[in-house]
Design a protein around this ligand. Structure first.
Ligand code: SF4
Ligand code: SF4
Length: 199
């Protein structure tokens, strides 16, 4: 068996011969290695430009297409756009979205744009991988990822975002602006024929 292994040609040229040389006394003391490591630490310690920042007081600039916390949008008249069709939940690879659909009652036309709406809509942000598939799948321009960062927490429960956290405020002045993420590239992508439903 050992013989046949030796005769096999290596699959790559990355194999290296390992030396069996015995370590010298100095090498066995590990001092040169330790001193070298400490010098590297000291060099970084006195660097003026630090890689860390004092978050949340300081924030780094983020990309225009950064994918953060979702928003469920309202239309111009303040009605919820989501019609609880479930396409976002089906498209979600992490199975992070759950919802319960309900029928709009007479008198609720000012609240919900369609005859069906999401009475419950939840996203488990611990499962979400911010892939954007839900936004892409939505035929009603109802769900968008935004540039808002999901805050850290010690418990799991606060990461299940319900409608109270997802639906944007009714007040037009407090609406969540998603235009920054709708870059020319994103808009162009949405014009692709096979995504034509998403206009
Ligand atoms: S961004 Fe992706 S993983 Fe997160 S809820 Fe949407 S489809 Fe699911
Ligand atoms: S967010 Fe869009 S895709 Fe998801 S249920 Fe509502 S309308 Fe359908």
């Amino acid at each position: 068996m050992a013989e046949s292994r030796n005769t096999l040609a290596p699959l790559t040229s990355r194999a290296k011969q390992v030396s069996n040389k015995r370590m010298t006394l100095v090498e066995r003391l590990y001092l040169p290695g330790m001193i070298g490591g400490m010098l590297i630490t000291l060099r970084h310690f006195f660097r003026v430009k630090r890689p860390t920042i004092k978050y949340p007081e300081q924030k780094r600039p983020i990309s225009a297409i950064y994918r953060g916390q979702h928003v469920l949008k309202r239309d111009d008249q303040g009605r919820e756009r989501c019609t609880a069709c479930g396409l976002c939940a089906v498209a979600c690879p992490a199975e992070a979205i759950t919802m319960v659909a309900a029928e709009r009652k007479p008198g609720e036309e000012k609240l919900y744009r369609e005859e069906k709406y999401a009475a419950v809509y939840e996203i488990d942000m611990l499962r979400c991988i911010y892939c954007w598939d839900c936004e892409e799948a939505c035929p009603k321009e109802a769900i968008f990822l935004t540039d808002r960062i999901v805050q850290a927490d010690y418990l799991r429960k606060p990461f299940v975002f319900g409608k109270d956290e997802l639906v944007e405020p009714m007040d037009p002045a407090k609406r969540v602006d998603v235009s920054r993420r709708q870059t020319a590239d994103v808009l162009q992508f949405k014009q692709v024929k096979k995504h034509a439903h998403n206009r």
